[in-house]
Design a protein around this ligand. Structure first.
Ligand code: NAD
Length: 492
């Protein structure tokens, strides 16, 4: 990857071998303006298109993605370093979301009647309308899934889209755009710009872009929020996480161990909703550590198909993980799997027992195959610990006691909860997804995801034409006492 802010090209390397894959031209400032011009030209047409037509278009897109399924798997794995099975699951999630979005389109854009209360001569309704041009900025960790969900929700809502994928993983988007153009014939409804932070900033700061949807780090999310504030531009922020997993003493221990390992290590731990902090009931802590440490030692990171986890995608990402571990390694118990592939950015699957609560490992997002384990005595204590870091993306609770799960869930300041499971909530396409606190705001997925890209317009008119209203100057004095009597009778 070229590190210039406005590079002429993006050079993409395979993180698991560090071999060069391909160079693709970056979007110049002049080309950016052309894309904006195209979007403005297309906006009226797509904003006013029939929901049914948008549904048909997305269906063609989905079917075309499935036809190129293998190509997507190969390119996702190549540019991110993830395992083929992980790329397959990513694609599964992408088409699941696409299909769910299609099913919602027809009914969502009809007018919806509203109760007029005591104003019985009136009728009122709402209608969802597109914002106009949506700017979408996506990260590298799931270059297909995290791009497609926002793109199709914005398009389903009737917006035209300009997408800026991560500069580290532009190749999946390049394929996605090719498939869109070939299958839909609506090239300018979905346009792509390629570049780094400066280009992203141009998109955010463009007066012609009506809404921004950003998925990425909390640090950049704050910059984007500040930029959008200048224009009072609506913004959806899907940011980082430090998800806790709470394991109670009445849980199915084997399931909890396996869930913790997969939830913390899949995608080499580079998932916004990765399990990063485990809090286990003190009464089962020793047996839990005995089981999980045995298993983590058997996990392997490497390029070979026999290995369980793939590489870290970026060099900076790997350095951050190493730094966090270096700071805690002398005072915590560390159990590690194997990473003997020296060519790529591999890091061994790692469990850290009892790191200091003030360490970066416990406070900052790690974004690597690293999970901490701490213990708790009471529910109050674990809730306080889980809520202590400021992030609030999601959390998981493992217990056989439904009531206990509900009590804990209610008090966690997060956007999503998984009970006796990890990460699967993201795959339920109809379930809204988003964070609280440092994890951002706004919702994607399901109806709420489409609504995020809409202006909800309210309408009213009269059922009957009855001359002046009683609160207008011509009548208000005469009706004063009548209204008083009515209020006492109806609301008293
Ligand atoms: P990042 O914040 O470094 O970059 C994300 C995108 O923003 C990239 O396309 C980048 O070019 C662009 N960008 C950078 N500076 C910008 C600026 N000033 N203006 C506009 N755009 C700018 O994030 P990343 O490293 O690509 O992704 C990893 C992060 O994303 C992690 O923190 C992870 O938790 C988070 N994430 C969140 C979710 C979620 O749904 N909440 C999902 C996946 C990843």
């Amino acid at each position: 990857m070229n590190n210039n802010l406005l590079p002429e090209s993006l050079e993409v390397f395979e993180p698991s071998t560090q071999e060069f894959i391909k160079s693709i031209p970056a979007t110049s400032p002049e080309e950016f303006l052309v894309k904006i011009k195209n979007a403005k030209k297309k906006k009226e047409y797509w904003n006013n298109s029939k929901p049914r037509y948008r549904k048909i278009t997305l269906k063609k897109f989905r079917k075309a993605i499935i036809k190129r399924l293998e190509d997507f798997i190969v390119i996702i794995s190549k540019e991110t370093g993830k395992k083929k099975f992980e790329s397959l699951i990513e694609l599964y999630g992408a088409v699941e979301h696409l299909k769910n979005t299609e099913t919602l389109i027809n009914s969502m854009f009809r007018k919806k009647r509203r109760n007029v209360g005591t104003l019985i001569t009136k009728k009122a309704w709402t209608k969802l309308e597109p914002m106009g041009i949506a700017g979408i900025i996506s990260p590298w960790n799931y270059p297909l899934l995290l791009t497609i969900t926002s793109v199709v929700e914005a398009i389903a809502a009737g917006n035209v889209v300009i997408l800026k994928p991560s500069e580290y993983t532009p190749l999946t988007t390049e394929l996605l755009k090719e498939v869109w153009d070939q299958s839909t014939g609506e090239e300018d409804v979905f346009q792509v710009i390629y570049g780094g932070s400066d280009l992203g900033s141009k998109l955010v700061n463009s007066n012609d872009v009506d809404i921004i949807c950003f998925t990425g780090s909390t640090k950049i999310g704050k910059i984007i929020a500040r930029d959008c504030a200048k224009y009072l531009k609506p913004v959806i922020l899907e940011l980082g996480g430090k998800d806790p997993m709470i394991i109670c003493d009445d849980t199915d221990l084997n399931r909890a161990v396996n869930a913790a390992l997969w939830g913390g290590m899949t995608n080499a731990g580079q998932t916004c909703i990765s399990v990063e902090r485990i809090y286990v009931d003190e009464r089962i802590k020793d047996i839990f550590i005995e089981k999980i440490s045995k298993k983590v030692k058997q996990l392997t990171a490497g390029k070979s198909t026999n290995c369980d986890i793939g590489s870290i995608t970026t060099k900076n990402g790997l350095e951050k993980i190493i730094n966090q571990i270096n700071k805690v390694k002398n005072m915590s118990g560390i159990y590690q799997g194997i990473a003997d592939d020296k060519k790529g950015y591999f890091y061994p699957p790692t469990i850290v027992v009892d790191p200091n609560d003030d360490s970066d490992l416990m406070k900052e997002e790690t974004f690597g195959p690293v999970v901490s384990i701490s213990s708790f005595r009471t529910i109050e204590e674990v809730i306080k610990k889980a809520n202590s870091v400021g992030y609030g993306l999601s959390a998981s609770i493992f217990t056989k006691n439904k009531k206990k799960a509900t009590i804990i869930a209610k008090q966690l300041k997060v956007g999503s909860i998984a009970i006796n499971d990890v990460l699967s909530h993201y795959g339920i396409a109809d379930l809204p997804f988003g964070g609280t606190g440092l994890s951002g705001f706004g919702r994607v997925h399901g109806k709420e995801g489409i609504k995020s890209f809409c202006n909800l317009k309210s309408y009213m008119t009269n059922r009957l034409q009855i001359g002046d209203e009683i609160w207008w100057y011509s009548k208000s004095k005469r009706y004063y006492n009548i209204i008083i009597r009515f209020l006492k009778f109806y609301f008293g």
